[in-house]
Structures are given as structure tokens and as C-alpha cells.
Design a protein around this ligand. Structure first.
Ligand code: KIV
Length: 275
């Protein structure tokens, strides 16, 4: 395969493109999206990869964590996002308890993201313990992105949003898991809340790309939650977020102008009326 064919002819980013980007030293860009208009904007802005994250449970639905999110909710969001995407690689996030109960259920649910949601791949939280399941999914034609470090679906096990890689035991588990995910056939993996040096060591030790969130600058790419980076979600802001816009402020200003215009009888005017 030549360099030119690492992208599909129509310019679509594929799982192969991401591996090529790592080889070429091109940083991979990924953001989450949960709806059609946002997906369209991200895609036309040139983002490499869009994740329909189960963070929707927090930043869209207002839950305290991602645990309540269901498969049907994820499929609804994935369908909406995929309708807005022409080029970016679309990854659907498998929600809590959609892949843990049995191998058959996991494969059926992963397949739904591709069949019903038109995603190109799925993401699963977990390390070496889920490598045999990932191997099966990949065998059956379902590309998988791994996710290690802080895995928010296990928040009740951890008890807090911890930083990973601080102890030798954690570091060894992360390195061993990264290799297991690579060997199982993952095309990339997310590293969340991992000490920068440990993330760098993992990135050097695997041939597939690492995509960091709160994992420092040495990863092959970066991902952020769209609602955090555009300043829409205001309940809390993790240290690793850089805010690029004040969308909440823009909405507030627009809404107060609308309220003023309606109350003054200024809206609707002639321009906004039929006849
Ligand atoms: O659900 C999500 O949005 C994620 C990212 C934070 C990587 O898993």
C-alpha cells in the first residue's frame, strides 16, 4: 500500500490512516460529538476522528457519571452524528454493561454501532482483561479502539477520578495492557489521565497510535469532549481541558436579547411574519 492510499480516494480517514499518521509523525485530532449539526461542523473543519462518547450521559443528559447510558441511546446519537460526517473516522463508544455480560452480547452490541449507527469502529474501556474479546471483534470485522488509564465506567471501583501511572504496579499494568490491546488488533487506544512520561513510554512501546486526554503531550494524538472545549458544559472543568470558545456565554447573550425583543414587542417584526 502506498502513502497515497492511506486515505480512501474520497478523502475519508480510515483506521489505516491513523496508523499511517503515527508513522509520519502527524498528530491525530479527535473530538466527541453527539448530534448532527456539531458533527457536520467538526467534519468540515478537518477533524481526523469523531467519537460518539458515552460522556453524552454527563454533558448532554446531565447525569453524574456515564454509567446510566444505554445501547439504544448510543445508537440514536451515533445515527445523528454519522449523518453529518463525510470524512472523519467515526468511533462509537460502547456503554457500561454493553460488553461485559457475555461475548455474544458484546459482539451483537458492537455490531449495532456499525450496522445501525454507520460508525466505522467501536471503543471499549479496559486493559488486558478484555483483549480476548477484542480479538474476536476484530476477527469478525469490527475495528476496535482501546481505552486505558482512567476508565470512567469503573468510577465506582476507583472511588475517584485518579491519575494513573504513579506506582510501578500501575505503570506495569498500563504497559502490559497497551501491548495486549495492540496484539488483540486494536487500531488505536485512548490514554486517559495518565502521567505524561508514562504515556510517552506507552506511546513508544506500541506501533498503534495513542490518543491522550489528560495524558500530556507525548501521545500520538489528542481528544477532548466537545462541550468542554467550546465552553458549553459549565458544571466542572478538568485541569487538562483547554477552552477555545465561550458558547455558553454566546447562548446566554442571544437568549437575553430574544427575551428583550419578545417582551418589547419587537419580535416578530414584519421581516419574520408571513403575508
Ligand atoms: O466518552 C468519552 O467522551 C470518552 C473520551 C473522554 C475519550 O471516552
Amino acid at each position: 500500500m502506498s502513502d497515497q492510499t492511506s486515505h480512501k480516494p474520497d478523502g475519508r480517514v480510515t483506521t489505516r490512516s491513523l496508523k499511517r499518521f503515527k508513522k509520519d509523525g502527524k498528530k491525530i485530532t479527535m473530538l466527541t460529538a453527539y448530534d448532527y449539526p456539531t458533527a457536520k461542523i467538526l467534519d468540515s473543519s478537518g477533524i481526523d476522528c469523531i467519537l460518539i462518547g458515552d460522556t453524552a450521559g454527563v454533558v448532554v443528559a446531565g447525569n453524574e457519571n456515564t454509567l446510566p447510558v444505554t445501547m439504544d441511546e448510543m445508537i440514536f446519537l451515533t445515527k445523528a452524528v454519522s449523518r453529518g460526517v463525510k470524512k472523519a473516522l467515526l468511533v462509537g463508544d460502547m456503554p457500561f454493561m454493553s460488553f461485559q455480560v457475555s461475548e455474544a452480547e458484546a459482539i451483537r452490541n458492537a455490531g449495532r454501532f456499525l450496522k445501525e449507527g454507520a460508525a466505522a469502529a467501536v471503543k471499549l474501556e479496559g486493559g488486558s482483561e478484555i483483549a480476548p474479546l477484542i480479538l474476536k471483534m476484530v476477527d469478525f470485522g469490527i475495528p476496535v479502539m482501546g481505552h486505558i488509564g482512567l476508565t470512567p465506567q469503573s468510577i465506582n471501583k476507583f472511588g475517584a477520578h485518579l491519575i494513573f501511572g504513579k506506582t510501578e504496579k500501575q505503570k506495569n499494568y498500563l504497559l502490559q495492557s497497551a501491548r495486549a490491546l495492540q496484539d488483540a488488533g486494536c487500531f488505536a487506544m485512548v490514554l486517559e489521565s495518565v502521567l505524561p512520561d508514562v504515556a510517552g513510554e506507552i506511546t513508544e512501546s506500541v506501533s498503534i497510535p495513542t490518543i491522550g486526554i489528560g495524558a500530556g503531550p507525548h501521545c500520538d494524538g489528542q481528544v477532548l469532549v466537545i462541550s468542554d472545549m467550546i465552553g458549553l458544559f459549565e458544571d466542572f472543568k478538568p485541569k487538562f481541558v483547554r477552552t477555545y470558545a465561550d458558547v455558553a456565554g454566546i447562548i446566554r447573550k442571544a437568549v437575553s436579547e430574544y427575551i428583550r425583543d419578545v417582551e418589547k414587542g419587537d419580535f416578530p417584526g414584519e421581516k419574520e411574519s408571513y403575508g
